[in-house]
Design a protein around this ligand. Structure first.
Ligand SMILES: Nc1nc2c(ncn2[C@@H]2O[C@H](COP(=O)(O)OP(=O)(O)OP(=O)(O)O)[C@@H](O)[C@H]2O)c(=O)[nH]1
Ligand SMILES: [Mg+2]
Length: 375
């Protein structure tokens, strides 16, 4: 939880929620790759927390890049065999208070076995859950294959996890944010090299299959925040064909085949992630809003201006927030001079992010038409 010396690190856990092969690991590595571009020119730095994370992301990126160069995009990369945590430090220039985003990833097979309780445990400590959605399966399978769609998306299991997660956290006074992220959607948008725009149809299909999951989430979380944001984790590929195969456990699964798009000279196009910005923006905004809140409380306390109501509210907050606040204020008491500096940096950063995220929140300002407001 805490770093050493003067730097206090607070983890913000993000749990990926989806069955095997849906695209959990690809999505979280895409977020890391996209972060460098997205925050270029701002004081926000997003970096792998340690060498293990750095290497894992680099390996994954290298595999994708070399597959594309070889025009060999097979969607059959190996799945995970064990649970993993990837840390990204988000630092706002307020180096004494970095936050580590810890992405919790696991083999999707856990969801349909006794290990599903492990997923429940991982989610319990996570303010954010990301549900990757296989867009190709939703768009190509057709209503006749509803059962295969439900199975492939692990819908029953995912819904149940969302219910427990939102209920437990909300009852404990903790935050939740649910991100619905269609992936494998290169062929349904025309903003990243594709020819057709089927964004509306994709959104309708997601509403059809995830409507009850969203209802459950809203009910249990007291209408907690929700975002729909499709992401291309690869980019320059085109769906050619789908076939159906029967897997080892006798389940019919869709097997898509893709080809790699070429540039004007016939060379294969490089990886081009699209749509990750809104996801990053909201993750970092959530983290900053907690930092901002903590700093405000520390400032009030330093001036002995906390009202009785504020004190009472504070007593009701979750243990995570209390711990966070303790660390935050302890660190400042030791180094009082830093309080104003932290405030001015956080304010500047909030203003930067405000600019970056304008257009992400509203339908009209989002010209890619990717992010949608759930009705
Ligand atoms: N076309 C396309 N394929 C994708 C995309 N994201 C992931 N894939 C492919 O889908 C397959 C599964 O992706 P993973 O990220 O390994 O899936 P996972 O959910 O981590 O799977 P497990 O580790 O088995 O739980 C891989 O072969 C990816 O290359 C995408 O945006 N577009
Ligand atoms: Mg994986």
């Amino acid at each position: 939880m805490s770093g050493t010396g003067e730097t206090q690190d607070h983890s913000w856990l993000v749990t990926m929620l989806g069955p095997s092969r849906v695209g959990k690991t690809s999505l979280l590595t895409a977020l890391q790759v996209a972060a460098n571009d997205y925050f270029a020119g701002t004081p926000v730095r997003v970096e792998p927390e340690d060498e293990i994370t750095r290497r894992a992301f680099a390996d994954n990126n290298r595999i994708m890049i070399s597959e594309l160069k070889a025009r060999r995009f097979s969607p059959l990369l190996k799945g995970d065999e064990e649970e993993r945590t990837y840390g990204l430090t988000v630092s706002a220039g307020v180096d004494t208070h970095r936050i580590v985003l810890r992405f919790q990833d696991y083999p999707g097979g856990y969801l349909s076995t006794a290990k599903s309780s492990r997923v429940t445990e991982l989610l319990a400590d996570s303010p954010t859950a990301i549900v990757p959605i296989d867009a190709t399966l939703l768009m190509e399978a057709g209503d006749d294959n509803s059962l295969e769609i439900m199975t492939g998306l692990g819908l029953v299991e995912v819904e149940e996890q969302v219910r427990i997660w939102a209920k437990t956290r909300t009852q404990a006074g903790d935050r939740t944010r649910l991100l619905l992220v269609p992936v494998k959607c290169e062929s349904y948008f025309n903003d990243n090299g594709g020819q057709y725009n089927e964004a509306d149809k994709l959104f309708k299909m997601v509403q059809k299959y995830y409507g009850s999951l969203v209802d459950i989430y809203r009910q249990e979380s007291g209408r907690g925040p929700l975002m729909y944001a499709p992401v291309d984790t690869i980019g320059p590929i085109e769906l050619m064909d789908v076939t159906w195969v029967v897997d080892d456990s006798g389940v019919r699964r869709m097997k898509p085949e893709y080809s790699v798009r070429s540039d004007a000279f016939g060379a294969p196009l490089p990886r081009k992630i699209k749509g990750a910005e809104p996801v990053l923006a909201h993750l970092v905004k959530d983290v900053l809003s907690v930092q901002d809140e903590a700093l405000r409380l520390v400032e009030l306390e330093a001036d002995r201006q906390l009202t009785d109501i504020q004190k009472e509210n504070l007593r009701r907050r979750s243990n995570w927030f209390k711990r966070f606040l303790d660390d935050f204020s302890g660190n400042h008491t030791k180094r009082k001079v830093r309080l104003e500096e932290a405030r001015s940096k956080l304010d500047a950063l909030n203003a930067d992010l405000e600019k970056l995220t304008q257009g992400v929140d509203s339908l009209s300002g989002n010209d890619s038409g990717r992010v949608r407001i759930w009705p």
